[in-house]
Design a protein around this ligand. Structure first.
Ligand code: PLP
Length: 368
């Protein structure tokens, strides 16, 4: 079976992790944590980095920084992983959804303004599958209405929007460093912020809101979302080779794009003129004219020894939210089509050119 994605752990990563272990700094303080936070914030063009245990807990902290009151609204795409919506619901807010752009699969910036109300506090952008969302119109709307912009950049490490790094454009951004992401620490995440106030608050939230001058005295509820120095050591190694990682991801995507260019009634990943796509995953969307849904082609590919994954199922189609009375009778046709017709192919950093050729051959057979 050709796996959809396997992490690449380099000798350099192992050397750094061993050094962290040998130093005795194995918990949530140490030089690698400082380096990882500083380097990742600098790479993305943000001021402060706060390393946390994963991408979902990073979102919990980012949303906590909004200080939502019950009933406050946060606009986000329906086509996403559940993490951002769950952070908003847990903190008493209401996720307000928009559909996706049919070409880029990103949050449709044109639908946001119609959903702004007096209760709207923030726009939570989720950049999808390696391609940036169209940020300029979103930032302009946020400025006009006084909204905070959070970027969930867990799928776009190093991707660029008009030459600026994703995760460096909004007021707050979050990353995941899960094993299948472009930069990994096994499990891990980070919150990036621009203001010292946000940074201090995020650090406090990460560590149970202990008071600096008076430990075991608390004036608000925090979390234990700390990352270890050992994990951060791996992160430092991963950042060193990010250009190589991105180049390889782009080369894999280029190989697939070239091979699949002639296949009728399918849609391949886009790269807008204003975007630098890092192709976190390589997605294919079957045309509506095709009878087969993704699930059928995926099971055929499995028989050929090719592992795939389905696209996201929209938040408005999730029982967990419908049970709470959210998104009832809401329809988002693009996201619904993507969920039914989209899937992605193996494009991990360990895939060989030979395996890419095998995937191409099988995909062509299954789509003929
Ligand atoms: C992976 C991912 C997350 C969650 O990250 P974890 O580290 O798995 O908690 C959040 N948002 C997006 C967009 C992701 O792709």
């Amino acid at each position: 079976m050709i796996p959809v994605c396997e992490p690449l752990v380099t000798p350099r990563d192992i050397e750094l992790v061993n050094d962290a272990l040998a130093s005795g700094w194995i918990s949530s303080a140490g030089k690698y944590l400082d380096q990882f936070e500083e380097r990742w914030a600098a790479y993305c063009g943000m001021t402060y980095g706060i390393a946390v245990s994963n991408g979902s807990t990073a979102l919990d902290i980012a949303v906590d920084l909004l200080k939502l009151e019950a009933g406050d609204e946060v606009i986000m795409p329906t086509f996403t992983i559940i993490s951002p919506a769950q952070s908003v619901v847990r903190s008493g807010g209401i996720p307000v959804l928009v559909d996706s752009d049919p070409v880029t699969w990103q949050m449709d910036a044109g639908q946001i303004e119609a959903r702004i109300t007096s209760r709207t506090k923030a726009i939570l952008i989720v950049h999808i599958y390696g391609h940036p969302a169209d940020m300029d119109p979103i930032m302009a709307l946020a400025a006009k209405h006084g909204l905070t912009v959070i970027e969930d950049a867990a799928e776009v490490h190093g991707a660029e929007y008009k030459g600026r790094c994703c995760g460096g454009i909004g007021h707050i951004s979050t990353f995941s460093f899960y094993a299948n992401k472009l930069v990994t620490t096994g499990e891990g995440g980070m919150v990036l912020v621009k203001s010292k106030e946000h940074a201090d608050r995020a650090r406090s939230l990460r560590n149970l809101c202990f008071q600096p001058g008076r430990r075991f005295y608390h004036d608000s509820l925090g979390y234990n979302y700390r990352l270890t120095n050992v994990q951060a050591a791996m992160g430092v190694g991963q950042i060193e080779r990010i250009e190589e990682t991105i180049n390889r991801k782009r080369a894999i995507a280029h190989a697939y794009n070239t091979a699949f260019a002639g296949i009728p009634r399918i849609q391949l990943p886009s790269e807008m003129s204003w975007a630098h796509n890092v192709y976190w995953v390589y997605g294919i969307v079957l045309g509506e004219e095709r009878e087969a849904d993704a699930i059928q082609i995926m099971s055929q590919l499995r028989e050929h020894g090719i592992e795939t994954r389905p696209f996201f199922l929209g938040m408005h189609e999730q029982p967990v939210f419908q049970h709470r009375g959210l998104f009832l009778n809401e329809r988002y046709p693009v996201a619904e089509r993507l969920a039914r017709k989209g899937f992605y192919l193996p494009n991990g950093l360990t895939i060989t050119d030979r395996q890419i050729a095998d995937v191409v051959k099988s995909v062509k057979e299954c789509l003929a």
